[in-house]
Design a protein around this ligand. Sequence first.
Ligand code: 5GP
Ligand code: ZN
Length: 119
Amino acid sequence: MAGEPQADCLFCKIVTGDVPATIVRETDTTVAFRDINPQAPTHVLVIPRAHYPDAAALAAAAPELAADVLREAGEVAVDEKLEAHGYRVVFNTGSGAGQTVFHAHAHVLGGRGLQWPPG
Ligand code: 5GP
Ligand code: ZN
């Protein structure tokens, strides 16, 4: 069923604590943790606790939960003091766009100048 934990999913295992992560924020519906391979001085991932394969599937099936993820991305930016200089929220969608973990996640990137368009 949509949203159910997936046994083979890395981020479901971070939600349960079976895989350790440096968690920076938690809510009833979301977890935010530092990316293991940061691409900027601040690089935090925000995920829904429930499993959806990508952001579009999440938004289609559970729009309030998608909003929770976006709200938490903004709260991470406040906590990490990214607002003054700006930051980027990215949902890589599909392997051709660089998605490697198929549990919806927002990248929150900041702490350095960010080029546009991205690569
Ligand atoms: P994607 O490439 O799917 O958009 O993003 C997946 C992200 O998860 C990558 O930036 C990658 O560095 C990060 N990642 C992969 N494995 C782990 C892990 O075990 N722990 C943490 N904290 N991040 C991970
Ligand atoms: Zn998952």
